[in-house]
Design a protein. Structure first.
Length: 100
């Protein structure tokens, strides 16, 4: 999660720096054709990362509503070990309850 935030922030900063540099060069020397590609690629990267970030937020926002809590019977049918974190699961209600 933090890596996603960090990469998005880094790409936005990179885009801003390229745009400021492009503006300075454009003001004093005319259109810098060699910087157009970098400016375009930076904008494209920010757009892609922002799209991925919004998709990630949309998917993770409703995970608790999409999956019901596991019951004691369902846990008894398995070995009560989470396949992701390898910790023992117990039946319960709330954010820490195991999901199906």
């Amino acid at each position: 999660l933090y890596e996603l935030y960090l990469k998005l922030i880094m790409d936005v900063v990179k885009l801003v720096v390229y745009f400021v540099f492009f503006s300075i060069v454009f003001t004093y020397y005319g259109i810098p054709i060699h910087l157009l590609r970098q400016l375009y690629l930076s904008f494209k990267n920010v757009n892609e990362r922002l799209r991925h970030f919004l998709l990630f937020r949309r998917v993770t926002a409703n995970l608790n509503e999409r999956f019901a809590n596991a019951t004691e019977e369902e846990l008894e049918a398995t070995d009560k070990v989470c396949i992701i974190c390898r910790e023992e699961m117990t039946a319960g209600v709330g954010a820490g309850a195991p999901k199906r």
